[in-house]
Design a protein around this ligand. Sequence first.
Ligand code: NDP
Length: 281
Amino acid sequence: MKINGKTKITGIFGYPIEHTLSPAMHNAAFQVLGLDYCYVPFLVHPDFLGQAVQSVRALNLAGVNVTVPHKEKIIPLLDHMNEEALFIGAVNTVVNNEGRLTGYNTDGRGFMESLAEKGISSEGKDILIIGAGGSARAVGYYLCQKANSLFIQGRTREKAKRFVQDLCRIKNNSYHIEDLSDLGRFQIIINATPLGLREEDPLPINTGALREGQIVYDLSYKETMLQKEASKLQCIVLNGLGMLLWQGALAFELWTGRKPDREIMRRALNEALSEPQGIFT
Ligand code: NDP
């Protein structure tokens, strides 16, 4: 990669950031299209988020991705939010248009694209989302539009109920659920909690209640116990790698106006993952 005076800079704000896989996939995609862009990781301590956002303007960065723990806190620091990011209440992509910063969230569309590439449609399905945080809201925003029903189970009752109320403003087919014993009625089950990232984590559901052929989508792209158990039960298991790829591809398009070569991005992601420390966005 050649950096010169015209190179446009993109990157990712997070804390921690050293495990990020995103530079590998974006830089590979810039190179293959011959775009004079580069993507760098920025370790942004929460105390310095304000200055970091100001630096996007000051240093004329083309845009940045945003990851944990800044996805929500960045919102009041931006000039404009797109509709989807507003609903979700979290931003994963910022675009700098001559100093005016717009917040987007490409996670939900990325999730839907990753389903579509596996030939899976949400249309007419009964779907369960476990979790009521940023990623749950991102996928729920799209899923409720075509699903037959969408059930939300969340650790914090009030948060899950608020999520359902917000979904019902899009389409009146979403419900709050606490009892997870009847998992068999869902065609798609999504784990949108971080449960499974640590070895000592409990399973988010009783996997004994799963049945063959159910789709279990775990947003974590590290292999989890849920993924292993669901595979043993002949469920169709998806991990978060597809969503990671697609949310990145959509951010790439927002910054460059070009569609990236997704196979190049996928290969770069897999290579980065095979390195010892790659487990986060
Ligand atoms: P958030 O912190 O916004 O939300 C997490 C949700 O999980 C909240 O509803 C929270 O509960 C719940 N939760 C957290 N810990 C527990 C626990 N111990 N038991 C039960 N519920 C729990 O996180 P995100 O939505 O951003 O991320 C969730 C997962 O999705 C992570 O694993 C993340 O890596 C993954 N992800 C993957 C992406 C991809 O591209 N593949 C993109 C974004 C996220 P409460 O409601 O009480 O706060």
